[in-house]
Structure formats: structure tokens, C-alpha cells
Design a binder for this molecule. Structure first.
Ligand code: URA
Ligand code: ZN
Length: 397
């Protein structure tokens, strides 16, 4: 992508290891994988908004017909093949990827199966990283439906894996959201183990907010463009209001999609707290301001596809905000529709171009690379991730 000699690091990039796909294939409720006549690839069906189309397609299939619209997205080799991930990295000149299990992680497993499956999936990621020594690191998945002692021992276990740099977490936590006091021991354990939480949405907003025309007419646009970012914003704001950042000051979080809408709404959150009679009388205002949290405990990815959102993310993250932002791709989601999936992905080039534009940087020549803007661009494209997540691995062949 042309960012000089700095390393390009993708911190937002997912995989479903083959074992996870098998679990989805065996399921009868969402999330699941299903094959339909007329579709070469099986369909990966994840989101609640996909349920009406799933029902229609299953009904057509049971009548022996080809469904007119297919639910979900094609489950291509991009989702579980390591060689495809490496090919994608080569195509886009990405030196290092910090891979994570994609949504909805292990959130749907029974309490008994969650622990062993988490161990096995994390071992898959660990093996892949080992094989590509120094090119891959990972965020582990936690068995959040298991009893607390199992979750804590999983944190202990992944903290010892040489390529693990944190955990990926959805917004439901133990089922009641991230302001649940029962999560505090888990947040303490993650902070103590110096494991970054990569917070990622999955559940979106209730289907009704999209209106009656959405399923038939608007594809995935509303839940992905708006539902996902609002979900993240709400989850972090609830954590903030519950005082989690005050109580666990060493907790570090990396927020997907540049924090949803948090950079844009932080001032409004701050003002609503200041003017809230209930918080005022109860004396339950968070101790740190939201701006303090954003500039000390929160990192943002740069997966927002425009310099406008990125500028807000940099400004919201404090005086050294450019040091808290990290490039990502969201591969294998958002493949190109009109061109070869093995070629260049617009979802990647848009994010790269947005980083350059956000810092007013147009150059490729050596002297421009050394400018202040050039350094900031290289930081966001990879330098920040290498520093914050310690992405160095000695002894690789
Ligand atoms: N859709 C998903 O379900 N997950 C992502 O990460 C991106 C798009
Ligand atoms: Zn993602």
C-alpha cells in the first residue's frame, strides 16, 4: 500500500478455524451454516436481521425450490483458510496480522462445552501463529458461558501462549452486558495479565428499529453501518457509567470501528452526566472524565473508511491521539463484489487512503515519509500496534 519502510499491521482481521465451522454446520439455530440450491458456497448466517430470509430460504428448499434471496453471506475459503489469509496479506502488503475469532465467538456454547472448545480454538490460533512465526499474533476467545473459575483459568492459560496479545470480547459479557459487576474479577484478571480487550459488536440493535422495509430492501447496510457502531458505543458507555475504568485502572481496551460513535458523542455523554439529577444526588458520577478514559485506557481501530471519522477518533483520543489509533481491515468481511476476491479489496484500500487523508499526507517520497505527517501515518498503519501490542518475536526462521 506504500507506507515506506514502516511495518503495516492489521489488528482487526478475523478467522473461523475449520473446527468452528463444523460447530456452525451442526447447529439448527443461529449462528449456523447452511447450504441451499443455487448457491455454490454454503451460507454463513450470523445476525438476527438474517432470520426472516433464513426462514424463507429454508421453506423454499423444503419445497424443492431454489430460494430467490439467500440469507447471510457466502462462506468462502477466506473465512477459514490460513493460506488465504496469507495471500490477502501479501496482496495488500500487510506485514503482520493480529487475528481473532469472528463473531459471535463462543457466546452460544453451553457452560459445559465452552471451556474445552475455547481451549481447542485458542490452540488452533496459537498453532497458526507458530507456523507463520512473527507474521501472525492473535486475540484469544474466552469461554464466557462457563463458570467463573473456568473463565479465569482460560485467561491464565492464554496469557502464557507466546503469540497471544489479548482477548476478543463481545458486548454481552456474561449475558448482562459489560457493566455487570460479575465481570469485575475478569476485567481485573485481564488487566493483571496485561491482555488487551478487543471489543467487537455482534448483536446490533433490535430488528424493529430498522422498519418494515429493511429485510427486503436494504440488505445488511443498516445493521452493519449503524447497528454495530451503536452497540459498541452503548456497551462502552455502560462500562464507563458503572465505573469500570475507575475500578480497573490498568484495563486496556481496543474498540472496533473507531469506537462506534464514541468519539463523536463523548462530549454529549459528558454533558448528560454533568446535568443528571440522579447521578448528582446519588454521587455516582464516574471519577475519570470520558476524555481521560479515551486518552489513557482506550485504543481505537481505524476501520471507519473515511478521514472524517478518523479525525474525530484522533481528536477524541487526547493530545497524542494519533498514537492510539491502529489500522485494520475486517477481513474476511466486506469482500469486493464486482471483482476477483483474490485481488485488491476496496474495504482495505479505503481504510489506508483514509489514514493518509486524515493526516493531510499525500507523499510517497523518502523525505515526505520523514515528515511529521508521514510519521503519524506510519504509526497508525503499524508502528502503534507494534509498540502497544509488543508485536516482536525473536527466533523466527
Ligand atoms: N459482519 C460481521 O458479522 N462481523 C464483522 O466483523 C463484520 C461484518
Ligand atoms: Zn470485525
Amino acid at each position: 500500500m506504500g507506507f515506506g519502510d514502516g511495518k503495516v499491521v492489521d489488528i482487526h482481521t478475523h478467522m473461523y478455524p475449520p473446527e468452528y465451522v463444523k460447530i456452525l454446520e451442526s447447529r439448527t439455530t443461529m449462528p449456523l451454516v447452511r447450504s441451499f440450491p443455487g448457491s455454490e458456497d454454503p451460507r454463513l448466517i450470523l445476525l438476527d436481521t438474517e432470520l426472516p430470509l433464513l426462514k424463507e430460504a429454508e421453506a423454499a428448499k423444503s419445497r424443492g425450490e431454489t430460494p430467490t434471496s439467500l440469507p447471510g453471506r457466502p462462506l468462502t475459503k477466506h473465512y477459514s483458510s490460513l493460506s488465504q489469509k496469507m495471500h490477502f496479506m501479501e496482496t495488500h502488503e500487510i506485514d503482520i496480522s493480529v487475528v481473532s475469532l469472528a463473531n459471535p465467538w463462543l457466546d452460544f456454547l453451553s457452560p459445559e462445552e465452552a471451556g474445552p472448545i475455547a481451549e481447542s480454538i485458542n490452540a488452533d490460533f496459537s498453532r497458526m501463529c507458530e507456523e507463520k512465526c512473527g507474521r501472525l499474533f492473535f486475540f484469544a476467545a474466552l469461554p464466557l458461558t462457563a463458570p467463573q473459575d473456568v473463565i479465569l483459568s482460560s485467561i491464565n492459560h492464554v496469557a502464557g501462549l507466546p503469540y497471544c496479545r489479548g482477548v476478543i470480547l463481545g458486548t454481552s459479557g456474561l449475558g448482562k452486558g459489560l457493566d455487570d459487576p460479575e465481570l469485575l474479577p475478569i476485567f481485573h484478571a485481564l488487566a493483571e495479565a496485561k491482555l488487551m480487550i478487543f471489543l467487537h459488536p455482534h448483536y446490533g440493535l433490535p430488528n424493529e428499529v430498522w422498519g418494515p422495509r429493511a429485510t427486503e430492501n436494504y440488505g445488511h447496510v443498516l445493521p452493519l453501518a449503524l447497528g454495530f457502531p451503536m452497540e459498541t458505543t452503548i456497551a462502552v458507555t455502560r462500562m464507563y457509567l458503572a465505573g469500570v475504568f475507575d475500578q480497573v485502572p490498568q484495563l486496556n481496551m481496543l474498540l472496533a470501528h473507531s469506537g462506534g460513535t464514541l468519539p463523536f458523542l463523548a462530549g454529549r455523554i459528558e454533558s448528560c452526566i454533568l446535568h443528571d439529577g440522579h447521578l448528582h444526588h446519588a454521587g455516582t458520577k464516574p471519577k475519570k472524565t470520558i476524555w481521560e478514559v479515551l486518552s489513557s485506557q482506550v485504543y481505537l481501530d481505524a476501520v471507519v473508511y473515511s478521514d472524517v471519522g478518523l479525525k474525530a477518533a484522533v481528536h477524541a483520543s487526547g493530545p497524542d491521539g494519533h498514537e492510539r489509533l491502529m489500522f485494520g481491515t475486517d477481513h474476511p468481511f466486506f469482500p469486493p463484489l464486482g471483482s476477483d476476491e483474490d485481488g485488491e479489496w476496496e474495504s482495505v484500500t479505503w481504510n489506508g487512503a483514509a489514514v493518509k487523508k486524515a493526516f493531510g499526507y499525500g507523499g510517497t517520497k523518502d523525505e515526505e515519509m520523514e515528515s511529521e505527517e508521514g510519521k503519524k501515518v506510519r504509526g497508525v498503519m503499524g508502528g502503534n500496534a507494534v509498540r502497544v501490542l509488543n508485536l516482536r518475536r525473536d527466533g523466527c526462521r
